[in-house]
Ligand binder design. Structure first.
Ligand SMILES: NC(=O)c1ccc[n+]([C@@H]2O[C@H](COP(=O)([O-])OP(=O)(O)OC[C@H]3O[C@@H](n4cnc5c(N)ncnc54)[C@H](O)[C@@H]3O)[C@@H](O)[C@H]2O)c1
Length: 431
């Protein structure tokens, strides 16, 4: 039985980690300590999981006391992105293993601090990049390992986040770069990690353009330039296209799934913070649209774009190599797409042969069936039947963050940014 302390009682911590630890892996895992900067979160956590009633609670500054009193084997770090660095470093200094949600940290400089701390520690960092575990994504990895593509030369990846999910980032802390690193880190680190893992190449340099097109005070969708509104109580609800698209007039608050930012849901209760802030507030200092080119160390070129306000959610992917090409199109969350969607397949085109279509066995569970398979690796040990590495370590986490930072820095500085330069940099925040 391993003992776990949890830093950051977020929605993600409650649903991804704590629920299965209590319900599925209870013979293997024991939650021994809870830490958060907001005392309300202990109440939310213990009301959701009454069996945790007697687990001790610790404030942000009481990490050392928590470790001394509870002696965990592993620290799970799953709070707001900018809080990760503190707990990762402190745990490594005490030779304790860390499981951290993506993004590992919010800056390339902090990524370097984690790498340096891990090198001196007996503890090891695991970053829970769950997208790797989606059955389709594993199959693509296996096809590349079987040399179906040959030497990878180029990747096209266009990611679309729909108006429902995309706007939710602008209602929450994620909309401030100091808290999330911006969406090229907070969200795109998932996508960069997938490409880094599939290709087994390291990003070297990125050039990007980026804009804030849909959100913020100057948005053409903003019904009134006035800061500080909240969706649940806003006088302009019915003039807001984002609100009316996803909420009916009769049910002013409609909780549909993980990403809804309004009240009425116990797990969305915090002190002095609401996850239904106005998507047109002027504190928003990040981009909602990016197009970027990334060069890799073994020659691959990535052409990546992401847009956080599209009519449907999904991606278009192509991986080209000297022996063939892989293509796949995903329509994510079909229940939110107002037209019929085909089941995701993988098309394989040998460079000079006939096309094959692969229907991958799908699995139930969060993120396309990825979350339950990842949890088994985390809590039961690596699947002995899988022949390749899939769990991400600190270096994977660092390259994904650095790639995201290179993107937003390139947007600001209007020039290509070298990944190694920012991984070595002492700057931690936007100049
Ligand atoms: N892999 C995925 O698919 C996925 C999905 C959702 C969220 N996440 C990640 O999970 C994490 C939590 O996201 P969420 O949206 O569920 O968060 P949330 O907004 O529900 O909760 C954030 C928590 O962090 C706490 N916190 C803030 N500052 C803190 C500090 N200094 N010390 C301790 N606690 C602090 C808050 O009080 C709150 O309890 C983030 O890192 C996010 O990127 C990953």
């Amino acid at each position: 039985m391993k003992k776990y302390a949890i830093c950051g009682l977020s929605r993600r911590a409650l649903n991804l980690f704590m629920k299965p630890m209590i319900e599925t892996f209870s013979t293997r895992t024991k939650i021994v300590g809870l830490l958060d900067s907001d005392s309300k979160r202990f109440e939310v956590c213990k009301t959701t999981y009454p069996s945790l009633e007697n687990v001790p609670e610790y404030k942000e500054e009481d990490f050392d006391q928590m470790i001394a009193e509870t002696n965990p084997d592993v620290v799970i770090v799953a709070g707001r992105d900018d809080s990760h660095i503190t707990y990762i470093i402190k745990a490594l200094e005490k030779d304790i293993d860390v499981l951290v949600e993506k993004p590992m940290v919010t800056t390339a400089a902090d990524s370097k601090r984690v790498l340096d701390a891990e090198a001196k520690s007996k503890g090891k960092v695991t970053v829970t990049f769950n997208y790797r575990y989606a059955p389709i994504h594993q199959k693509i990895k296996e096809m590349i390992l079987e040399d179906k593509v040959g030497r990878i030369t180029s990747i096209d990846l266009n990611w679309y986040i729909d108006t429902y999910h995309g706007s939710s980032y602008f209602q929450r802390w994620n909309r401030v770069r100091e808290h999330s690193g911006g969406l090229s880190i907070h969200k795109s680190s998932h996508h960069f990690d997938l490409v880094n893992w599939w290709t087994d190449q390291k990003p070297v340099e990125a050039f990007a353009f980026g804009e804030l097109n849909y959100f913020g005070p100057d948005s053409e969708f903003n019904p009134k330039k006035e800061d500080g509104r909240f969706c649940e109580t806003c006088d302009y609800q019915l003039d807001c296209d984002y609100y009316t698209r996803w909420n009916s007039r009769s049910a002013t608050v409609k909780v549909e799934d993980d990403h809804v930012g309004q009240g009425g849901d116990l797990q969305r209760k915090y002190t002095g913070y609401r996850p239904d802030q106005c998507i047109f507030d002027s504190e928003i200092n990040i981009e909602d649209t990016y197009a970027t080119t990334v060069r890799y160390d073994k020659g691959a070129l990535l052409s990546y774009s992401v847009n956080f306000s599209t009519p449907y959610e999904g991606y278009r992917l192509a991986i080209n190599g000297t022996k063939g090409r892989i293509e796949s199109v995903e329509y994510h969350m079909p229940q939110r797409i107002p037209f019929p969607t085909p089941m995701q397949t993988i098309d394989y085109f040998p460079l000079f042969g006939s096309k094959q279509t692969i229907n991958v066995v799908h699995r139930e569970g969060g993120h396309g069936g990825a979350d339950p398979i990842m949890l088994e690796d985390l809590f039961l040990g690596k699947d002995p039947n899988r022949s390749y590495e899939i769990l991400s370590g600190a270096e994977d986490g660092a390259y994904a963050v650095a790639c995201g930072e290179a993107v937003w820095r390139s947007v600001k500085e209007k020039k290509p940014v070298k990944i190694e330069d920012i991984l070595a940099s002492k700057e931690t925040q936007e100049a």
